[in-house]
Design a protein around this ligand. Structure first.
Ligand SMILES: Cc1cc2nc3c(=O)[nH]c(=O)nc-3n(C[C@H](O)[C@H](O)[C@H](O)COP(=O)(O)OP(=O)(O)OC[C@H]3O[C@@H](n4cnc5c(N)ncnc54)[C@H](O)[C@@H]3O)c2cc1C
Length: 440
């Protein structure tokens, strides 16, 4: 094939998937990877597609969001998922891999591919030809600076300070009420009203909850004078530690939020902000946290109205370089002000191993054969829309059912609902793929 050339920067999960997609389709690929010459703070090996923490690619059950995503990706022809299955270790209903064997297999496939040239260098300036940048959450400082120069400081983030997201249908509507402060604007917020006793019980639980400690490299980064972007990231448990009333005079202040059912001002109010236009998921405002996941489940369920809350995404705070994609990317994931440069992987605003592979897959397919966006009923379609839909507070997302339009009022049983989501998604993805093949 003539003239079909692409440069890919970063041989992580997204970059490796993209490289194999292009190379198998006959494109000439130049793949830059800086390790092991320059290491990131989390990687430890010279291998491509190294997974830096858990060895799990999560559930394979199709009635979970992660399992459904993998099923959709299989239909779309994801290469790294097959390699993961070849290197799987027993893990019940999850796909877990022997991390070294997986990364070695990916590295071997890439290094022996006749269409891929591997260049073992850090890239610190932006190339002029067609390029995919897939350098991940720990993008090197040199390339980060080059990106900053191109897109501007406002469009690049260094940290995730994310609050949990809960599903709308798990909220107790007998307690949670809809209202904006002083009734100004549309009643887009939901409110969880605390009594005095409930408030202090919650604050005490935050103080006593088991927390993650920041990695040393994150501490270094927080204090790096070159990068002073650590704003609005204070964990809720740190605010609680500063004083037992800090929250109710700050993020949980109840003024202007009288409970319409009692006419009284609660002792404190936790607000919930809609995560999507379908109002299927809500963000716990101000609850960015370093609490461990089981503790988040236990403690956030102490909030009145959230007794049975289903957490769709847990809160966290960590170094995570990512772009404000909806503001700066075209529909083909290229930069609006440099459209030969495409962005893939976690840098573009997906979160997670499998989601990063998905991103490498879709960006390469969009470039090669203009794959359109799959239906909104699929997890792939939901994640894809997330990357391109403007949002005041854009943050990386992993696969979750909050992306999928619900069946209004149809299911009381959560398992049946998820099964129905999954069946609809797989059917819609099948139709989408058949239609696409029919047109090409
Ligand atoms: C500490 C940490 C723990 C995580 N744990 C999990 C987890 O348990 N489960 C989960 O699902 N997700 C986890 N993630 C999130 C995320 O899914 C992974 O980071 C994932 O690997 C991202 O894929 P990626 O392809 O975007 O980037 P990466 O897989 O990180 O790949 C990027 C590659 O680019 C290279 N690179 C960077 N800069 C340059 C440059 N200038 N020139 C050349 N090469 C460069 C890097 O060396 C790396 O190989 C974690 C992230 C971090 C940071």
């Amino acid at each position: 094939m003539k003239n079909n050339k692409i440069t890919i920067i970063g041989a992580g999960l997204a970059g490796s998937e993209a490289a194999l997609q292009f190379a198998d389709a006959g494109w000439e690929v130049k793949l830059f990877e800086m390790r092991p010459r320059v290491q990131t703070e989390a990687h430890t090996t010279p291998y491509f597609a190294e997974i830096v923490c858990s060895n799990s690619f999560k559930s394979t059950l199709e009635d979970t969001a992660s399992g459904l995503l993998k099923a959709e990706m299989k239909m779309l022809g994801a290469k790294l998922l097959d390699i993961a299955v070849e290197n799987a270790v027993p893990a019940g209903n999850a796909l877990a891999v022997d991390r070294d064997a997986f990364a070695e297999s990916v590295t071997l496939r890439i290094k022996t591919h006749q269409n891929i040239e591997v260049i073992n260098e850090e890239v610190a300036s932006l190339p002029s030809g067609k390029t995919i940048i897939a350098t991940g959450p720990l993008t090197s400082h040199g390339l980060t600076k080059a990106l900053l120069n191109l897109i501007g400081e406002q469009q690049l983030y260094f940290f995730d300070a994310i609050a949990p997201i809960v599903s709308a249908d798990s909220l107790n509507r007998d307690i949670v009420f809809s209202k904006t402060r002083y009734d100004k604007g549309d009643a887009d917020y939901l409110n969880c009203p605390f009594s005095e006793e409930e408030y202090y019980r919650f604050v005490n639980a935050l103080n006593e909850g088991e927390k993650h400690t920041a990695h040393e490299f994150e501490n270094d980064f927080f204090h790096n004078p070159d990068f002073h972007f650590y704003e609005n990231c204070t964990p809720i448990e740190e605010l609680a530690r500063r004083g037992e009333d800090t929250l109710r005079f700050g993020v949980m202040r109840p003024v202007g939020l009288e409970d319409p059912r009692t006419g009284k001002r609660p002792y404190g109010v936790l607000q919930l902000r809609a995560e999507n236009r379908e109002f299927t998921a809500y963000n716990l405002v101000g609850c960015q946290t370093m609490l461990r996941y089981p503790e988040q489940k236990r403690i956030f369920r102490l909030i009145p109205g959230l007794e049975n809350a289903e957490i769709l995404r847990y809160g966290s705070i960590h170094r995570n370089t990512y772009l404000n994609s909806p503001a700066i990317l075209n529909e083909d994931f290229s930069l609006k002000n440099a459209n030969h440069i495409h962005i893939a992987g976690q840098l573009s605003g997906v979160e997670g191993y499998v989601e990063s592979i998905l991103s490498g897959l879709i960006v390469s397919r969009v470039i090669m054969d203009k794959l359109p966006m799959p239906p909104a009923t699929t997890i792939t379609g939901g994640l894809w829309r997330h990357l391109l839909t403007p949002s005041e507070n854009f943050q990386p997302q992993n696969a979750n059912f909050g992306f999928i339009p619900s069946f209004p009022g149809k299911f009381k049983n959560k398992m049946l609902k998820k099964k129905a989501y999954s069946e609809r998604a797989l059917e819609d993805m099948q139709t989408f793929i058949s239609n696409f093949k029919g047109q090409n």
